[in-house]
Design a protein around this ligand. Structure first.
Ligand code: AMP
Ligand code: GLY
Length: 432
C-alpha cells in the first residue's frame, strides 16, 4: 500500500524509518519531510496545513493511508476535510477529527472533559478576556507556585509556572489583555501546581479498542539538571523505570479507560494516537495534558521498541481492527539525545553543514530540522536538528551509545544535554 506521513520532524522520520521496513509498504511519502525522511521515502514539498494540495497529492500518488504527525492539521480538521470530500473518502487517515483534537487544541475543553469524566487532574478554573478582574482576585488566594495556561495551541510555549502572585498576575494580564499568545490566550486556565515526576503514556485507538504503547520520559528544559527555558524536548528514554506495573495499571484504570469511554459518551469518534502527559505524584497518576498525536522526541524511543509491523498496527487502528493485532515490545531500553542549534529555543542560525552522523550497531539517527542544500549536502534547518537514538540491553548502555554517537556529529554551534536519563542509572555521567 501507499502511505503518506505528514510532518517534518524526528517523529516523522522515526515513523518513516519503521514503516519502510514493512513488507506492506509500497510507496512511502512524507510531506514536507526533511533530509532524513528523504533517505527512506519521497518528500513532497507541501505544508501540513495545505489540505487541498495534500488531497491532490494523495490522489495522484494513490495513497491508501495518511498518518498525521503534528497537532496543527488535526486541530484544523484535516480528518473532517478528507471525510467531507467524496473523492477522498476511500483514503484512511490516522488522527482524530477536530472534535477529538480539541483535547489538545483547547486546554479549557480538556480540563472540562477530565472533570466531567472523573479523570485525576490538577484543580483549575478558566478565565476569559472579560474576566480579568475575577482572575486577578482568584490568583490572590491561590497557592504557589500557580500554573497559567493559554487555552489554545501555542507551540509548547503557552504555559507559565509563576512562583509569586505578582508574576502570576502579570502573566494573566499579558495573556488575556496584551494578547501574548494571540487568540490562543483569549482564555486562560489557572491550575494548581503538581509536584512529581512527569512521563508520557501513548495509546493507539480505533475508536472502540485501544493498545497501550511503550511509555517514555521526555526532558523539556534546555539546560542540564532540568534548568533553563522550555523546549520541544531535548531527549527521551523508554522504558521509564518508575512506571512499574502497578503504576501503569492505575494509569489504565484512572486515565486511559475513562478518557476513551468519555470520548464515546460525548459522541466523539477518536481514531489515532492519544498522548497522556502525566505527573506521578507519590505513585498516583494525574493528567497534566492530552495531545492528539505522538510526542517528539518520545516517538524516537517508542518506535524503535515496537517490534510489530507498524503499518499493520496503524492500518488496524485506521480501520477499526485494533483488537485483531497485538503490540510486541522490545524489552531493551531506548535513549535518545536531541542535538540542537546553539541558541535554541531562542534565536539560532540555520544552514550549517552536518557531518559525522554514522549509524552503527545500536544507534539510529533520526533527522529533525535538517534539509538537503542545492549541492545535496545535509544542513541544519531548525532548532532541533537530529535525535540520536540507541537501543541496548540496559538504559546505561543505551545512554552511552547515544551520547557517543551524538558527540561524533559535527556542525557549527552544536549543543546537546549530557545528563538525559542518567538520574536512573547513577551519578557518573559527568565523568564520561
Ligand atoms: P503542557 O503544555 O500542559 O504540557 O505544560 C508544559 C509543562 O508545564 C509540562 O510538561 C509540565 O512540566 C509543566 N506543567 C503543566 N501543568 C503543570 C501542573 N499543573 N503542575 C506542574 N507542572 C505543570
Ligand atoms: N515532547 C513533548 C511533546 O511532543 O509534546
Amino acid at each position: 500500500m501507499n502511505i503518506l506521513i505528514l510532518g517534518s520532524g524526528g517523529r516523522e522520520h522515526a515513523f518513516a524509518w519503521k514503516m519502510a521496513q514493512s513488507p506492506r509498504c509500497r510507496g512511502l511519502f512524507v510531506a514536507p519531510g526533511n533530509a532524513g525522511t528523504a533517505s527512506v521515502a519521497t518528500n513532497l514539498p507541501i505544508g501540513v496545513n495545505e489540505f487541498e494540495r495534500l488531497a491532490e497529492a494523495a490522489l495522484r500518488h494513490q495513497i491508501d493511508l495518511i498518518v498525521v504527525g503534528p497537532e496543527e492539521p488535526l486541530v484544523r480538521g484535516i480528518r473532517d476535510y478528507f471525510e467531507e470530500h467524496e473523492a477522498l473518502r476511500h483514503i484512511r487517515l490516522l488522527g482524530p477529527g477536530a472534535d477529538g483534537a480539541r483535547l489538545e487544541g483547547s486546554k479549557d475543553f480538556s480540563k472540562g472533559f477530565m472533570q466531567r469524566h472523573g479523570i485525576p487532574t490538577a484543580a483549575s478554573r478558566t478565565f476569559t478576556r472579560f474576566e480579568l478582574a475575577e482572575g486577578l482576585e482568584y490568583l490572590k488566594h491561590h497557592s504557589l507556585p500557580v500554573v497559567l495556561k493559554a487555552d489554545g495551541l501555542a507551540a509548547g510555549k503557552g504555559v507559565v509556572i509563576a512562583e509569586t502572585t505578582g508574576e502570576a498576575e502579570a502573566a494573566l494580564g499579558e495573556m488575556l489583555v496584551e494578547g501574548k499568545f494571540g487568540a490562543a490566550g483569549n482564555k486562560v486556565v489557572v491550575e494548581a501546581f503538581l509536584s512529581g515526576i512527569e512521563l508520557s503514556v501513548f495509546v493507539l485507538t480505533d475508536g472502540m479498542h485501544y493498545q497501550v504503547l511503550p511509555e517514555a520520559k521526555d526532558y523539556k528544559r534546555v539546560g542540564e539538571n532540568d534548568t533553563g527555558l522550555n523546549t520541544g524536548g531535548m531527549g527521551a528514554v523508554s522504558p521509564v523505570p518508575f512506571a512499574d506495573a502497578t503504576f501503569m495499571r492505575k494509569v489504565e484504570e484512572r486515565a486511559i479507560r475513562p478518557t476513551l469511554d468519555g470520548l464515546r459518551a460525548e459522541g466523539i469518534s477518536y481514531v489515532g494516537f492519544l498522548f497522556f502527559g502525566l505527573m506521578n505524584v507519590r505513585g498516583e497518576p494525574y493528567v497534566i495534558e492530552y495531545n492528539a498525536r505522538m510526542g517528539d522526541p518520545e516517538t524516537e524511543v517508542v518506535i524503535p521498541r515496537i517490534q510489530s509491523d507498524l503499518v499493520d498496527l496503524l492500518l488496524a487502528a485506521a480501520t477499526g481492527n485494533l483488537h485483531r493485532v497485538s503490540v510486541r515490545v522490545d524489552a531493551r531500553a531506548a535513549a535518545t539525545v536531541m542535538l540542537v542549534s546553539g541558541g535554541y529555543p531562542e534565536a539560532y542560525q540555520k544552514g550549517k553543514p552536518i557531518s559525522g552522523h554514522r549509524e552503527t550497531g545500536p544507534v539510529t539517527v533520526f533527522h529533525a530540522g535538517t534539509r538537503l542544500d542545492p549541492r545535496g549536502e545535509i544542513v541544519t534547518d531548525g532548532g532541533r536538528v537530529m535525535a540520536v537514538t540507541a537501543l541496548a540491553p540496559s538504559l546505561e548502555e543505551a545512554l552511552r551509545h547515544a551520547q557517543q554517537a551524538a558527540r561524533l556529529i559535527e556542525y557549527d554551534n552544536k549543543y546537546f544535554r549530557k545528563d538525559i536519563g542518567w538520574e536512573f542509572v547513577g551519578k557518573e555521567f559527568r565523568s564520561l
